[in-house]
Ligand binder design. Sequence first.
Ligand SMILES: Nc1ncnc2c1ncn2[C@@H]1O[C@H](COP(=O)(O)OP(=O)(O)OP(=O)(O)O)[C@@H](O)[C@H]1O
Ligand SMILES: [Mg+2]
Length: 273
Amino acid sequence: IKDWIFKAQKPVDAIFNQEISSRVDDFASALINASKNKGFLPNLILHGPGGTGKTMIAKQIAKKSGMSYVAMSGGNLAQYIKRGEHVSELNKLMESAKKKKTILFIDEAESLTEDRNLMNTPERLDLINAFLNHTGEESKNLSIILATNRIARIDEAVMSRMDYKIEITLPGYPERAEILSAYIAKRFSKEEIETHFTEKTINRIAYDTEGFTGRALSKMINAISNKIASTEKNELTTALINETVSEFIAQEKRYGKAKGHKSFIAHLFFSIF
Ligand SMILES: Nc1ncnc2c1ncn2[C@@H]1O[C@H](COP(=O)(O)OP(=O)(O)OP(=O)(O)O)[C@@H](O)[C@H]1O
Ligand SMILES: [Mg+2]
C-alpha cells in the first residue's frame, strides 16, 4: 500500500502481462540501439481492442527513446480526401518527420492503409501508395508505429513493412488488479485505501471485472471518486464502491454486447458499399 501511495504523484504507467511487456521492451531496445548505431529504424504495429493501452505504449517508447513524437489519426488524414489534399498532406508529414529522428504514430491505421482489396477508391489507393513510397526504403530517422483494432484491414504491403507486430490483449486477472491499484493510488488517500481498498477488495473487483479494458477500469475508479461528493457525509463507503462496480459490470455486459452487434453491422455496411 505504501508503494502505491508513493507512486500516486506520477502518471500511471501502462500495465501489461509479461509477454506483452517483454515484446514491447524488445522493440524499444531495437529502436534505441539502431538509433545509437546509426542503423535503420524498425517499425511496429500494435493491434487489439480499443482502450487497452496502445496509445500509451507509443508515447512511452517515444519518451524512452528520446526521439521526437508526431501523432496522427488515419481517420483525420482520410478527411483530407474531400479537399484532394490527402497525398500532399501525407507527403508533408513524412518529409518533416524524416528530417530528425522521429516516431510517427498513426492511430486508426486501418482508415489510412485500408487493404487495397477491401476499399479501393482511387483516393484511398493514392494514400496507400504514397505511404508505401515513403516507407519503401528503410529509414535511419523515421520509425512508424501503427495502431489498429482491425488488423485484418491493414494492407498486406503495409504489414510487410512492420518489423514488429504486437497484439495487445485485454488485461488478465493479475493485470486488472495491478491497473486498479495504480488508479486507486492516484485517486484516494492513504486512509481511504487502508479502510476501503484492501488487497482482498481489489482482488475481488479484479476477479469480477473480466473483459474490462484498462480504460474501463480507470473510468470505474474515477466514477467512484467522483461520486463521493454526492453522498450525504461526503465520504467514501464500501457500499459506494460495490454499487459503482456493479453498475459498471452491468454496463459493460450490455454495452459490450451492443457494441459487438453494432460493429458487425457497420462492418457489413462497409463491405457492401
Ligand atoms: N494497460 C493499461 N495500463 C494502464 N492504464 C491503461 C491501460 N490500458 C488503458 N489504460 C487507460 O485507458 C486509457 C486509454 O488507453 P489508450 O488510449 O492507450 O488505449 P488504446 O488501446 O490506444 O485505445 P484506442 O484503440 O481506443 O485508441 C489510458 O489513458 C489509460 O488511462
Ligand atoms: Mg489509442
